[in-house]
Design a protein around this ligand. Structure first.
Ligand SMILES: [Mg+2]
Length: 258
């Protein structure tokens, strides 16, 4: 009897021990780890803050439209003998691309120059005495039009030799001037239209092979460059490259407060 009781007690003790171990193990598994949870909360707060910073940065970046950049530059090209190898007489539709640019290689050179200008975020314009619509046609065929913000030129063929049509839109006085003189003033007027789009006159670079155009333009636009007829496109490219390199050295980061 006594033996049985001892065995019973031993049996019960064993069971109590197993149950105690089980309860302890269970309790350890289910007890929340306060430190780990705190860490998780902290991490989530860090992520939220990081997201907020990123959103704020995006908003700030969007507050800086390119037109407000005081360093923005306009590269303005005459068409005939500044970009082209032959003169179209103001009527590009009368000639094919091979005549105008001499060969495919010259078109590639212009494309490379345009790409360099655009890569810096600057703008390209054409300022020509030739018929605007016809210049656009040829530039489109040469796959160059997409780089250009706007083409300024004669509205109709008769305007090339008699630009008096522009008196209505131009406030200058050109009645007694010869067509070349009138066109020089009109080209400066077109530069004024470009400047109104938000360019500082010092940031407008104008290239033209006609001395009179450069002479008139340079009173208001000091960065007007005469292209020598004998060098044409190569000289235009060389001048643009020099300007881009100099600009790179002197470019300052844009400051909103200024
Ligand atoms: Mg020209």
């Amino acid at each position: 009897m006594m033996i049985m009781n001892r065995n019973k007690i031993h049996f019960l003790n064993n069971h109590i021990l197993i149950i105690a171990i089980f309860i302890l193990s269970y309790s350890k598994c289910t007890t929340p780890n306060i430190n780990n949870d705190k860490e998780d909360i902290d991490n989530s707060q860090d992520l939220k803050t990081q997201n907020e910073i990123e959103v704020q940065n995006t908003v700030n970046n969007n507050l800086q439209p390119p037109s407000l950049n005081k360093n923005n530059k306009a590269f303005v090209f005459d068409f005939d003998l500044t970009l082209t190898m032959e003169h179209t007489g103001g009527y590009p539709d009368d000639h094919d691309l091979d005549y105008i640019f001499a060969n495919e290689n010259n078109i590639s050179k212009i494309k490379t120059m345009f790409k360099k200008i655009k890569q810096k975020g600057y703008n390209i314009y054409i300022n020509s005495r030739g018929v605007k619509r016809e210049i656009e046609n040829k530039l489109k065929k040469a796959k160059l039009l997409k780089y250009i913000s706007k083409v300024y030129g004669a509205r109709e063929r008769e305007d090339v030799s008699n630009p008096l049509f522009l008196r209505k839109v131009w406030e200058g006085k050109t009645q007694n001037e010869k067509p070349t003189e009138q066109w020089a003033l009109i080209k400066t007027y077109y530069l004024d239209q470009i400047a109104k789009q938000g360019f500082n006159p010092n940031n407008i670079y104008f290239f033209d092979d006609t001395s009179k155009n450069i002479e008139k333009a340079s009173y208001k636009y000091p960065n007007s460059y005469k292209i020598d007829k004998n060098h044409r496109l190569n000289q235009t490219i060389s001048k643009v490259n020099n300007i881009l390199i100099v600009n790179e050295k002197h470019l300052k980061p844009f400051d909103f407060k200024e």
